[in-house]
Design a protein around this ligand. Structure first.
Ligand SMILES: Nc1ncnc2c1ncn2[C@@H]1O[C@H](COP(=O)(O)OP(=O)(O)OP(=O)(O)O)[C@@H](O)[C@H]1O
Ligand SMILES: Cc1ncsc1CCO
Ligand SMILES: [Mg+2]
Length: 270
């Protein structure tokens, strides 16, 4: 059972080790992702050229692949980097941004999941459903707020993709197919700042870089991230979204065992 104390100790390991996180991510979230990783205590690098991605991935603590603004050359680089990371034993975390929105995204997400051994895939429910060919009903604007059993979807995806699956939304579900946790942290303001899902995927990368138990790493990242958002919302939520974004970076840089112990809400499902 992952508890708040264990989550805080993985966060502490991130701060001590400052793991290098190699991101091949989208153009919208690049700066926010780098600053978020720095705030947390990790070392971000973005490298995209197919001539260098294998070398970078091999020396990284984790590789994060994100198809938010994908194009063919970038996808080629992701496959090269993913294979190099696999050979070097570097964990690979994948964010299938927008899977289901266009056939190219869906096919690319499936190709990456098939060609690269993933440690974690993190997305909202609609994205994960589309990667495994399930239908997911989308309500309103938040694709993560569709109707269906998120725990069952996550467990099915973990079995099919043979990886830890994190499905985020109001509550976050994370599973390796055997053990499943639901994390009741976070804040709705996260959905109003672009890139919070993408940064979270990279934060999972930072945690996976320092903790070999991938399920524990992912759960610890989800708790830490959600608690930081709650603190930020309390401090700056009423001032507006710009202030919330900055307060969130501040909270990522400050949170520790005390805050996680007080606010972390993780529940084991099975
Ligand atoms: N309604 C909500 N209440 C509280 N926290 C939420 C809510 N919706 C999402 N979150 C949190 O927001 C973070 C990002 O998750 P989300 O599911 O929105 O990712 P996403 O859909 O990939 O986002 P994006 O692609 O817009 O960056 C997670 O920490 C999640 O727990
Ligand atoms: C807005 C947007 N468009 C493609 S990626 C992205 C950032 C959220 O993932
Ligand atoms: Mg996303």
């Amino acid at each position: 059972m992952v508890n708040n104390q264990e989550a805080a100790s993985v966060l502490q390991k991130v701060r001590q080790a400052n793991p290098l996180v190699h991101n091949i991510t989208n153009v919208v979230v690049t700066n926010f992702t780098a600053n978020g990783l720095l705030a947390l205590g990790a070392s971000p690098v973005m490298a995209y050229a197919k001539e260098e991605v294998a070398d970078m991935a091999k020396i990284a603590g984790a590789l994060v692949l994100n198809i938010g603004t994908l194009h063919p050359e970038e996808v080629e680089a992701m496959l090269i980097a993913g294979k190099a990371a696999n050979e070097a034993g570097v964990p690979v975390v994948f964010d299938p941004v927008g899977a289901g929105a266009t056939p190219y995204r869906t096919e690319t997400a499936r190709n990456i999941a098939a060609a690269v051994k993933l440690s974690v895939i993190r997305g909202n429910a609609a994205e994960i459903a589309n990667v495994i060919g399930e239908t997911w009903k989308i309500k309103g604007v938040d694709a993560g707020e569709g109707s269906g059993d998120v725990v069952a979807l996550a467990e099915k995806a973990a079995a099919q993709l043979q990886t830890v699956v994190a499905i985020t939304g109001k509550d976050d579900v994370v599973t390796d197919g055997k053990t499943t946790y639901v994390i009741h942290n976070g804040h709705p303001l996260l959905t109003k700042v672009t890139g919070t899902g993408c940064l979270l995927t990279s934060v999972i990368g930072a945690f996976a870089a320092v903790e070999q138990d991938v399920l524990k790493a992912a759960a610890a990242a989800l708790i830490s991230y959600g608690v930081a958002a709650e603190i930020a919302a309390g401090e700056a939520g009423e001032q507006g979204l710009g202030s919330f974004q900055i307060a969130f970076l501040n909270a990522l840089s400050r949170i520790g065992a005390e805050e996680i112990g007080r606010y972390g809400r993780i529940e084991q499902k099975g």
